[in-house]
Design a protein around this ligand. Structure first.
Ligand code: F6R
Length: 364
């Protein structure tokens, strides 16, 4: 049942304010000033570092989580895609912890990576949507996503659920490590509590995303740029666009542009710049101007202040709600999903079942 939507993906994008609210309700205290997490029993203060492993979109959730663990909890975080991690058999810290992130809980490479970490005496956590899955059964600590069944092959509401579970866990680690005091924890928790409404606001701007998407649908190549957690969202946006529309798309850290990718920029290449107002936005906007100086067609996704700061000459602006930088990665999932979805609709591709892809990759 697509609930009145044309595709499961559309339904699942629109469910996110509700699924995010369900997750937030589980991961914050009733007083909305502390996080609650099944991972509270871990010795976060004693950890040397945390390892996060996943595939595809779930890997980009790990990339955002690395940012949160390192900047908020001051806990070093290593991330890897499961197919690389499992065969490298990396040395892991004594009494370390490893987090496996997955919608299905059955992805073959991620499950094999989990078993390797188990063999190395790591405490195993999994942020997983299907609570009866192999990963959930084999983990020491399960961080549920509360997203409900996800049918569309492209992961949407599970991704925002992963981000919420991992954000809450990073706040927990920050408290345990003394990296935040009670007031700062309450501030972060209140930012997290604002995420569902901010997602609803971002999704309500769907018509704007659809208009830009119809133009992007005609491109041969598309670049996505962002810094910090927005680099992860740039990677996610490019993955979504390529899998749904078969348009060649790449995500880059905005600061890497001049080390090669800027050679790709011409007047035919849309460059999607993710730059919510925050400590990195000025740097990203300056990279955006470098693209514009090479006649790149920039589509800027930012809040009202960021769009105003961008100045003249931006090809298209997609305004997102203003959000605390801590939750911007959750909020900006919506515009990148909507761009890919509507570009696919414009091209007439099979949104819910893209060619060559399966919902759950249970063989390597
Ligand atoms: C992309 C997508 C895939 C999955 C990946 C991992 O939209 O959905 O990249 O994220 O195959 O799957 P899970 O999360 O089930 O381990």
């Amino acid at each position: 049942d697509k609930g009145g939507h044309r595709h499961f993906m559309a339904k699942e994008i629109h469910e996110q304010p509700a699924t995010a609210a369900a997750a937030v309700a589980q991961y914050v205290s009733p007083g909305r000033d502390r996080v609650l997490s099944p991972a509270a029993s871990l010795d976060w203060a004693g950890l040397e570092r945390v390892t996060l492993v996943a595939c595809g979109t779930a890997f980009y959730a790990c990339q955002v989580a690395k940012w949160w663990f390192e900047t908020v909890a001051r806990l070093p975080a290593e991330i890897d895609v499961a197919s690389e991690f499992r065969y490298r058999e990396p040395p892991l810290p004594a009494r370390g912890a490893a987090v496996f992130v997955s919608q299905s809980g059955e992805t073959a490479d991620t499950l094999a990576a989990l078993r390797y970490a188990r063999s190395q005496n790591q405490t195993i956590l999994t942020a997983v949507n299907v609570e009866t899955s192999s990963m959930a059964r084999e983990a020491d600590v399960v961080l549920p996503l509360y997203a409900g069944p996800e049918i569309g092959v492209a992961s949407t509401k599970a991704f925002t659920g992963q981000l919420i579970a991992l954000a809450a866990t990073a706040i927990l680690a920050a408290r345990a490590r003394g990296a935040v005091d009670a007031a700062e924890e309450a501030r972060l928790v209140s930012a997290l509590c604002a995420a569902p409404a901010a997602l609803a606001d971002a999704i309500s701007r769907e018509a704007d995303a659809a208009r830009v998407a119809a133009e992007i649908a005609r491109a041969r190549d598309v670049l996505y740029l962002g810094r910090g957690p927005m680099h992860a969202l740039a990677m996610e946006g490019a993955l979504k666009l390529k899998e749904l529309t078969y348009i060649h798309a790449e995500g880059y850290p905005a600061g890497e542009l001049k080390h090669g990718p800027i050679a790709l920029v011409d007047e035919r290449t849309p460059v999607i710049v993710l730059a919510p107002t925050g400590p990195l936005s000025e740097k990203t906007l300056s990279n955006m101007h470098e693209v514009m100086a090479r006649k790149g067609r920039v589509a800027l996704i930012s809040d009202a202040a960021g769009c105003a700061a961008a100045g003249e000459g931006v090809w298209r602006m997609l305004e997102a709600p203003a959000a605390d930088p801590f939750i911007a990665p959750i909020v900006y999932a919506a515009p990148v999903q909507l761009l890919a979805y509507h570009a696919a609709v414009a091209r007439g591709t099979d949104v819910d079942q893209p060619r060559n892809l399966a919902k759950s990759v249970t063989v390597e």
